[in-house]
Design a protein around this ligand. Structure first.
Ligand code: C2E
Ligand code: CA
Ligand code: CA
Ligand code: CA
Length: 277
């Protein structure tokens, strides 16, 4: 049977069934995960390149699954988006990131700004601005200590609506950043229309630094573009001292990456803040 397997659709069926089953299992488990309190946030420091100090952090979700162990977001965020579960999960992320940040600020570990990822489903929820205002009120976090990370793809379906929504969010006093900048299909013209504060250079461009020749030209161009538009620039995925040095010499404002620290549990991040004092 194996010999003819290549032309035999049946050959592939068991594997596909297993994949479908696995998805069903994960979807069912995702539905329970919030109630069972299985999600946790890890925090990755964002470092100011001039002072070398931690100025903020990105909150990144993990799923502490009773059998699978620590599940990384790439394995469940897509499914959470498809099923709409990302809306309650995202609300949990916002609430706990804001509460944790406010606790650190109250303990004198600031100034800090926390960056939270927003998915398309959340962005399209009509009540998003009101929900965020409620989270800020209940946590006591000042709006300018919260940064929302948005991807270019969120804006493209209805630009007029997106501009209006971004202005509403901006009106709350939040900081808005474009995540994975340079990887989307967008046109640059939106940068002038949208009230954005930060560009995050995607790590695929950062990893080109250190390769020969003009590989880093895109990074330099993004930094220049951002600064001409009065935006802050954060480089993502900085892994080497060479990349860090290059970014610093070219005026990049902040960096995030394994060279400084991977995302870490809250207790570990807290210790980093204390050690930096
Ligand atoms: P992202 O928003 O682009 O987050 C950055 C990812 O790059 C994180 O992966 C982080 O661990 C990883 N990273 C950071 N520094 C380095 C580095 O120096 N080298 C390399 N190779 N990787 C680095 P993570 O935590 O697995 O998250 C993956 C993606 O899952 C995120 O990509 C984001 O799109 C999504 N995600 C995570 N948390 C949430 C959340 O709360 N809500 C939503 N909607 N999406 C989330
Ligand atoms: Ca992000
Ligand atoms: Ca990113
Ligand atoms: Ca600088």
């Amino acid at each position: 049977a194996k010999k003819q397997g290549r032309n035999n659709t049946q050959f592939y069926r068991p594997a596909m069934n297993e994949e479908a089953l696995e998805r069903l299992r994960i979807e069912g488990a995702l539905r329970n995960a919030l109630e069972r309190d299985e999600f946790v946030l890890h925090y990755q420091p964002q470092v100011d390149l001039d002072s070398g100090r931690i100025v903020g952090m990105e909150a990144l979700i993990r799923w502490r699954h009773p059998e699978l162990g620590m599940v990384q977001p790439d394995r469940f965020i897509g499914l959470a988006e498809e099923t709409g579960l990302i809306v309650p999960i995202g609300a949990w992320v916002l609430a706990s990131a804001c509460a944790q940040t406010q606790a650190w600020l109250a303990a004198g570990l600031g100034p800090l700004r926390v960056a939270v990822n927003l998915s398309a489903r959340q962005f399209n929820e009509p009540k998003l601005p009101a929900a965020i205002a409620a989270v800020l009120a209940s946590s006591g976090l000042a709006p300018d200590c919260l940064e929302l990370e948005l991807t270019e793809s969120l804006f493209m379906s209805d630009v007029t609506l997106a501009v209006e929504l971004l202005h509403q969010l901006k009106g709350l006093g939040l900081t808005l950043s474009i995540d994975d900048f340079g990887t989307g299909y967008s046109s640059l013209s939106y940068l002038r229309q949208f009230p954005i504060d930060v560009l995050k250079i995607d790590r695929s461009f950062v990893s080109d630094i250190g390769a020969s020749g003009d590989e880093a030209a895109i990074v330099v161009s993004i930094i220049a573009l951002a600064h001409n538009l009065k935006l802050r620039v954060v480089a993502e995925g900085v892994e080497t001292a060479r990349q860090l040095d290059y970014l610093w010499r070219n005026g990049c404002d902040q960096m995030q990456g394994f060279h400084f620290s991977p995302p870490v549990p809250a207790a570990v991040f807290e210790q980093m803040l204390k050690d930096g004092k």
